[in-house]
Structure formats: C-alpha cells, structure tokens
Design a protein around this ligand. Structure first.
Ligand SMILES: O=C(O)c1ccc[n+]([C@@H]2O[C@H](COP(=O)([O-])O)[C@@H](O)[C@H]2O)c1
Ligand SMILES: Cc1cc2nc[nH]c2cc1C
Length: 338
C-alpha cells in the first residue's frame, strides 16, 4: 500500500496537497538554536547549516541523521525520439539500465562513494510514450500507473531519498515540461542533452514548440500526461510517497527537476521536502531552479543524469549532519562566545 494505491484521478492526487505533512517548526527551532551554539562564528557553515536544519524539520528531530540513504533511478522511453531530437539511439536506455544493474555506470560508483543503496526501475521500455508533438504522451491511467511504480519504490526506512532518471530523448521532455509550466521562449529551455549539434538543438526547439501547442489545454498535474513521460511520472510518485513518510528528497539535474514541475504547478508545497543536488550544465536548469525558487547544493558542470549530481550532494548532506551532531557547543568546549 502506498499513498497513491487507491487514487484513480490526477485531480485526487493534486488534492493531497491539503493533507500531506509539513516540516516540524519545533524541530527546526531547536536545530537552529543548536547551530547557533556550535563552536563557529554564526552562520559560518553557510548552506551546511541550512541543510541540517532542513533535515531536522522533515525528520521531526533536532538531531537528524542518515541511517540509510536510498537512491532510485527510473527509466523510460519517449515517442518524441521520432522527431530526431536525440543523438544516441533509443536502445541506449535499456542498455544503460543493464549497465546500472551490473554496476558499471557513474551512478553505481557515486552511490558507493556517498553511501546510498541503489535500485533501478525500468518502466515499459519496449512501449515508448506517444510523441508529444502529436498530442498527449500518456493517458491519465498510464500516468497514474507510472506514479504508483514510483511510490512503491520508496522504502519506509530510508532517511533520505536520492532520485535520478535515464531515458534517451528526455532532455526534450524536460524542456517541454518547463515551457508548458512556466512559458517563455522554447530556446530558453533547450540544450544539447547528450550532445546534440546545432541542427539537433533546432529540431528540439521545433519539437517542444509544437508539443506545447498540441497540448496547450493541459495544466497542473495533467502536464505529466501531456508532455511528460513514465520516468517523470514515477519521480512525481516517489516524491509524494517520500513526503507522506516525511523522507527528505535530493533531486538530480535538469531532467529530474523538470519531472517535478507538474507537482509544483499543482501546488508549490509539494516540493517543500526536496532539495536540488546540483545545477546541471543544461542551460534550462538554472532558469528552472529560479522558477521553482530552489537553490542547488552543487555546481560541478555535470550533465549526466542517472541521479549522479544528487548522489554527490548526498555527501554534502552527510557532512552537514556530521557537523550538526558532532560539534561541541561554545559552553561544552569552553570557547569564549563573541
Ligand atoms: O539531468 C541532466 O541535467 C541531464 C542533462 C543532459 C543529459 N541527461 C541524460 O541524458 C539523457 C537525455 O538526453 P537526450 O540528449 O537523449 O535528450 C537522459 O538519459 C538523461 O539522464 C541528463
Ligand atoms: C551513455 C549514456 C549514459 C547516460 N546516463 C544517463 N543518460 C545517458 C545517456 C547516454 C547516451
């Protein structure tokens, strides 16, 4: 059973915004007081302090910890590849899933380096979603199914959830989601993805312009069905399930962040328990983060996907909590207060 098991419409999913838990203000206050009493000038650990306090709020304790970090990579295939928007062939999605399963991808090494348990969930790779330039990517039922796959993947004992994706062509899907949610010029949201040349970038601009026109009636969570895909819907389902379990989430790069825009469009509070691990080299990501009012943890010129930037950010989160829990206060250490 998950939060989504009995839900039969996207409208009912959107209504969950009224019932999902919020961050614990009491734990935030006590954790903030602790940060201010630790042996450092006030605020000197910068973003690490914010991350520790963020964890405190969601874990409902002034001493948040990471007992188990869970990483999940969702994979899907996309009909929009028919528009020539992807330099790599579509079969690479399944081939990379096999690579994840055999431990040979970047995300395998980064999960080991940063202490996360990785699982990979491939959703109907043999049946790509519909081409978004022709209409909706998925029916409402298909969207809900994929959301359920995402929700089911979340382990109740995870202290933090690292999310990533794999899907040839999905940098076009991400750009379409961002443009459908926030408007602007197609050129502002499109980038090179896995290495599109200038002609390929122009095909992406053309494809998302036509996709947004073909799906102009969609808004809120229906954006997922209109211009999204299965791994995007699964990411939304996992974000919701994590929220019900009060598990903080680290989102990855442009594609993973864009996957959550339908949740934001339905209700911005849906993303309150999510941090974005890094800002991708994909140029639309910085713009999207501004629109979502999210500050990335890292900026490393990465553009891989797979959850790679989120896994590296997990190491920063661990550092934040080591300081928060392990440092002495001014009183304990006998250090004169300023
Ligand atoms: O998330 C990012 O920032 C990101 C930026 C560029 C590429 N990717 C990955 O590359 C794939 C999509 O690229 P493309 O060119 O096939 O649209 C997909 O598998 C993503 O995981 C991911
Ligand atoms: C090789 C390769 C690895 C990836 N990892 C995420 N997206 C990817 C796309 C390609 C093409």
């Amino acid at each position: 059973m998950t939060l989504l098991s009995d839900i039969t419409s996207l409208e009912a999913v959107a209504a969950l915004a009224e019932t999902l838990p919020a961050a614990d203000a009491g734990a935030i206050n006590v954790a903030t007081e602790r940060q201010n009493s630790l042996t450092k000038p006030m605020g000197a650990l910068g973003r690490l302090e914010e991350l520790a306090i963020f964890m405190a709020g969601w874990q409902e304790t002034d001493r948040p910890s990471i007992k188990r970090a869970q990483a999940v990579v969702f994979a899907g295939n996309h009909g929009v590849c028919a528009q020539g928007v992807n330099p790599f062939p579509q079969e690479v999605t399944a081939q990379m899933v096999a690579n994840f399963e055999h431990g040979g991808a970047a995300i395998n090494q980064l999960c080991r380096a940063n202490g996360a348990d990785l699982s990979v969930i491939a959703i109907d790779l043999d049946t790509p979603t519909n081409d978004i330039t022709q209409g909706a990517a998925m029916s409402e039922a298909e969207t809900l199914d994929a959301m359920c796959r995402g929700a089911e993947a979340v382990d109740a004992d995870a202290s933090v959830l690292v999310l990533g994706e794999m899907g040839i062509g999905n940098s076009t899907i991400a750009a379409a989601l961002a443009m459908a949610a926030f408007g602007g010029d197609a050129k502002d949201w499109v980038g090179r993805g896995t290495g599109s040349d200038d002609a390929g970038v122009n095909r992406k601009v053309d494809a998302i312009t036509r996709a947004c026109a073909a799906n102009s009636d969609a808004s809120g969570l229906a954006l997922l069905s209109a211009v999204g895909g299965r791994e995007q819907a699964a990411i939304c389902g996992a974000v919701l399930q994590a929220r019900a379990l009060r598990i903080p989430v680290i989102l990855d790069g442009f594609i993973c962040t864009a996957a959550t825009t339908p949740l934001f469009a339905a209700d911005p509070r849906f993303l309150d328990h999510c941090v974005v691990g890094h800002v991708s080299r994909e140029p639309g990501h910085a713009r999207l983060l501004d629109a979502l009012n999210k500050q990335p943890v890292l900026s490393l010129d990465m553009a891989l996907g797979e959850g790679s930037g989120a896994a590296v950010a997990l190491g920063i989160l661990r550092s934040a909590l080591e300081c928060h829990n392990g440092m002495a206060t001014f009183a304990e250490a006998g250090v004169s207060d300023g």
